[in-house]
Design a protein around this ligand. Structure first.
Ligand code: MLT
Length: 398
């Protein structure tokens, strides 16, 4: 007799973005001629930059010849990419890693979901609320208890350091969905909390490329002590338009140790390596060559232009909405704008109104958690034209 994992009955019936897509599809079916502007899911709209395209073409050519063909790659990723990541994303910020501390994957979402494989189901998990649904869903699927730390206007969408002892805590900065960013001092407080409670921090920095303020940390490892308590997740999706190509990476420092059931401390790095060897065959050679090109001088120049393009959208959206009298948060050093609904309207109702009366798709804040009620999230990943047109339509809607 086979039994289903009952924990799946405890998660929301539909994944948030699938739910939004279903409502949009239903509306589109009834209104086939209307032009919908999609500022809901944070999917990029600008093409891959030329440096990445050229590198991927070369990689395809490699695979066309027996001498340069690539089959299964290392489960941990190719050294050519790992070395670039260590050099550019860490060494330039004064942080040193060995190549076996970086694991390449097919994206941060997979790693954030899979990391639970190496953790006990008995861990008490903390998340900020509102929250990227993947942290909550994957821990609920595994049967872990979750504590929600409210992030609201009063605490600057930061959430207060908890009084109780959490075993695992997820942090995401620049934040999805609120667009909030954390200072070095703020992050140091989390690291201090983690070190004094033996808490494992899961630091999702998928949006670090949007930070323009030099005072804001890009990596948790800029904070002293973080190597002993934190795993960092990064992605090429929003940095270089890889939402469809798929490539990301996870850093697990060798110093990072957590408790085994016999009371001794065990390093997580070899355990994750073991997990990946069994369950993962590595990200594709072509994606990894594309990601490597992101670090070339042309690649850097080109992706920075695209990031600026999206940040300009964020500015258009933020300033327009403020002009129309909306209260907005985020959208600076971050690609998401968090918007208070007018007159305390609930998130899904305002989402529906924007869809039906302005044909603009957003994401209802309540879909990210209880504290997201009364807000919607707008992404800056559209085109300039669509961002401007969406604002015109919202203004007209009144
Ligand atoms: C979002 O819209 O929150 C993101 O695009 C989802 C993701 O990165 O998986």
């Amino acid at each position: 007799m086979a039994y289903i994992n009952d924990n799946f009955t405890k998660i929301q019936h539909r994944y948030l973005f699938a739910d939004v897509a279903k409502r949009v599809a239903a509306y589109k079916e009834q209104n086939p001629d209307v032009e919908i502007i999609r500022l809901g899911i944070g999917d990029v709209t600008q093409p891959l930059v030329p440096a990445v395209i050229e590198a991927m073409h070369r990689a395809v050519d490699d695979c066309a010849k027996a001498e340069t063909f690539h089959g299964y790659g290392p489960e941990q990723g190719y050294k050519f990419l790992i070395d670039k990541i260590i050099e550019h994303d860490y060494k330039l910020r004064g942080i040193n890693f060995d190549s076996d501390e970086v694991f390449i994957s097919d994206g941060a979402k997979s790693d954030l979901g899979n990391i639970g494989d190496i953790l006990s189901v008995n861990n008490l998990v903390g998340v900020t609320d509102p929250v990227y649904p993947v942290y909550v869903d994957t821990n609920t699927m595994a049967g872990r208890q979750i504590r929600y730390i409210p992030c609201n206007e009063q605490n600057g969408f930061m959430g207060d350091i908890p009084n109780e002892k959490l075993d695992v805590m997820y942090l995401c900065f620049p934040n999805n969905p609120t667009g909030a960013v954390i200072t070095r001092e703020g992050l140091q407080r989390w690291v201090d909390y983690a070190l004094s409670h033996n808490t494992l921090l899961m630091y999702d920095s998928a949006y670090e490329a949007y930070i323009t303020d030099p005072e804001i940390p890009h990596s948790i490892y800029e904070i002293p002590g973080a190597k002993e308590c934190a795993i960092e997740f990064r992605s090429f999706s929003k940095t270089a338009g890889f939402t469809g190509v798929r490539c990301g990476y996870t850093v697990i420092p060798k110093e990072l140790k957590i408790k085994s059931s016999d009371g001794s401390f065990a390093a997580l790095n070899p355990v994750w390596n073991r997990r990946q060897c069994t369950k993962f065959n590595g990200a594709s050679y072509i994606s990894q060559r594309g990601a490597e090109a992101v670090y070339s001088p042309e690649g850097q120049r080109q992706i920075k232009e695209v990031i600026k393009y999206y940040l300009d959208n964020a500015k258009i959206i933020r300033s327009s909405l403020q002009k129309f009298g909306f209260k907005t948060f985020g959208g600076e050093n971050a690609p998401y704008i968090w918007v208070k609904t007018p007159g305390n309207e609930d998130s899904w109702s305002f989402f529906d109104r924007l869809l039906h009366h302005a044909q603009v798709v957003t994401t209802p804040g309540a879909g990210f958690g209880t504290s997201g009620e009364g807000y919607i999230r707008i992404t800056a990943f559209g085109s300039h034209q669509n961002s401007e047109e969406a604002m015109r339509r919202i203004e007209k809607m009144g």
